[in-house]
Design a protein around this ligand. Structure first.
Ligand code: SF4
Ligand code: SF4
Length: 296
């Protein structure tokens, strides 16, 4: 009998992070968590998570066996890394099972996996884990692998946390053989199907931005630019997709976009409610400015 269901093996490591990306992923509602873990993610395809320190039941040598086998290249698998890679003197603290330090384990696994998914902004670019003063000398996965001379296929799924659809949709596309890392990623290695447009582009407050009508305090109507919104320089489909089972999203509840999917997050974007000033925003207030100049 031919095998009817293909299984995609995943080794999911936790580096320096808060596990919020796992929580967000398994808050998925369509498909929901039990479907992702136990059923087919697409017709004929299921994911098999071999190692995930907060989800698995196994412990000790039984839990570590698939990690060791994967690191030895015994079977094809996807590597998911959640959190940044600590390369400072205390990197051994992130080791798993008393064996190799975390950076060496990630390197071994990345050498043998089909692709590495850097889950969340910490894994993708360092994120909060690498924020100043960065005592653990944390780095994003791609940056770390490059420093070790590895040209691995890395897919970044940034976000603090990433939307569950971004994670499940990308894993499903990879599992189905429909994802091409040379075609489907932007310059920051993010899937263009989810990160292809600026938040600003589809923001429902965009008309206020173009008319120069800005909120002066939280709760006011109008564009949140003056209150620190980073949507004009941040890529993600949040305005169309919405979060929490499509109930709402950051700007939808009156909070400025903090730029959580960007490599510059958080250190280089300023405070969450600090206005960005060093970017060119050509249409800002243009309409009203022209009217004022015309004296009408
Ligand atoms: S600056 Fe922010 S609130 Fe204003 S239109 Fe752009 S994304 Fe929306
Ligand atoms: S709106 Fe901005 S801060 Fe909120 S999730 Fe989307 S990219 Fe992140």
């Amino acid at each position: 009998m031919p095998e009817l269901t293909r299984s995609i093996k995943i080794v999911w490591l936790h580096a320096v992070g808060c596990t919020g990306c796992s929580i967000s992923t398994f808050n998925s509602t369509y498909p929901h968590a039990p479907q992702i873990l136990l059923e087919e993610i697409l017709p004929g395809i299921r994911v098999e998570i071999l190692f995930h320190s907060t989800l698995m039941k196994a412990h000790g040598s039984r839990a570590l066996k698939p990690v060791r086998e994967a690191a030895a290249g015994r079977f094809p698998f996807l590597l998911v890394v959640e959190g940044a890679i600590p390369v400072g003197p205390q990197s051994y603290l992130g080791g798993i099972g008393g064996g190799k330090d975390l950076p060496s384990l990630v390197e071994d696994l990345a050498r043998h996996c089909t692709a590495t998914v850097a889950l969340g902004t910490c894994a993708a670019y360092g994120g909060l884990a690498a924020a100043r003063p960065n005592p653990g000398q944390c780095r994003g996965v791609w940056d770390f692998l490059e420093s070790r001379g590895l040209e691995a296929a890395v897919i970044n799924l940034p976000g603090c946390p990433p939307h569950p659809d971004w994670v499940i949709g990308t894993l499903a596309a990879v599992a189905a053989g429909r994802f091409d890392v040379t075609r489907d990623l932007d310059d920051e290695l993010r899937p263009v199907m989810y990160y292809g447009t600026l938040v600003h582009q589809w923001c429902p407050r965009r008309a206020s931005f173009d008319e120069g009508k800005f909120a002066k305090k939280l709760g006011d109507p109008g564009c949140l630019y003056e209150l620190g919104c980073k949507g004009s320089i941040t890529y993600g489909d949040c305005p169309q997709r919405h979060w929490n089972n499509r109930v709402s999203w950051c700007i939808g509840v009156g909070a400025p976009c903090s730029g959580c999917t960007q490599p510059e997050f958080p250190d280089w974007l300023g405070g969450f409610q600090e206005k960005i000033t060093d970017v060119q925003l050509p249409t800002i207030g243009e309409y009203w400015q022209q009217r004022r100049e015309r004296g009408r």
